[in-house]
Write a new protein. Structure first.
Length: 85
């Protein structure tokens, strides 16, 4: 299991466009990806659940990647967060 924390810098947080692109990115891997904020955590492939978390600029999320390709997936997803969120 790999995980990293990231503080959202996008002025509108995780909204429809980047959330949709994130889901497409995650589908490239076989690992399970979970996004957590506080007590809430969701499967990152569930677009509506991800957007429903209400993640805003300045919020810190924890991303957990678990599976056969977790090393590659975690690195790629962390890069996605840095570039888009």
């Amino acid at each position: 299991m790999k995980s990293f924390e990231y503080t959202i810098t996008d002025p509108v947080g995780i909204h429809a466009r980047p959330a949709g692109i994130l889901v497409k990115k995650i589908k490239e891997f076989s690992s399970t990806v979970t996004v957590s904020k506080g007590e809430k955590s969701v499967n990152a492939l569930k677009l509506m659940a991800l957007m429903g978390m209400g993640i805003k600029q300045g919020d810190t999320v924890k991303v957990t990647v678990e599976g056969a390709d977790e090393d590659t997936a975690a690195a790629a997803i962390e890069e996605f967060f840095k570039a888009n969120l």
